[in-house]
Ligand binder design. Structure first.
Ligand code: NI
Length: 171
């Protein structure tokens, strides 16, 4: 097990579309474990493979409250097959530190994927689970929650980032 480095925006790897996983071998299982360990260490509720520099369709998540036993979900090749309703949720991202903003998402999603045993599973996500599923699957398509903000909010964020960079250089 190992803690992996989480790539930060605007690293170009985060914008790349990822490749499907054809064989769930030991390398994939170990990567999923390391990603889970990395996610729990931050702590975060979800982490997608591109965020640790692997452009493949793999993500981990756990939306269980901290005072309850862990319930790790590993998504291999996840696809959203059904959506329902709309909602808005304040999101952050491990690749976009110290920033959170309201994002419009589907209220309920059904996701089909494989687990690490290679079995086909269907996950029904509501509330936070729905949001995290959509957020992580977006990562696999090279989409960050920033891309789902209004242009105005996105521009404000970029300006702030530029300002921080300039301030950083004075040190
Ligand atoms: Ni994220």
């Amino acid at each position: 097990m190992a803690i992996l480095e989480i790539l930060q925006y605007p690293n170009p790897i985060l914008k790349k579309k990822t490749q499907p996983i054809e064989r769930i071998d030991q390398t994939i299982r170990e990567l999923a474990q390391d990603m889970a360990e990395t996610m729990y260490a931050v702590p975060g509720v979800g982490l997608a493979a591109p965020q640790v520099g692997r452009p493949i369709r793999l993500a981990v998540l756990d939306v269980t409250p901290a005072d309850q036993p862990k319930n790790l979900v590993v998504l291999v090749n996840p696809v959203v097959v059904e959506t329902e309703g709309e909602c808005s949720w304040e999101e952050g991202c491990l690749s976009v530190p110290e920033y959170a903003e309201e994002v419009k998402r589907k209220k309920r999603v059904i996701v089909r994927c494989q687990n690490l045993a290679g079995e086909n599973v269907e996950i029904v996500g509501e509330e936070l689970l729905s949001i995290v599923l959509q957020h992580e699957i977006d990562h696999l398509d090279g989409i960050l929650f920033l891309d789902r903000l209004s242009k105005l909010k996105r521009d404000l964020f970029k300006k702030r980032l530029q300002k921080e960079k300039k301030e950083g250089m004075k040190l």
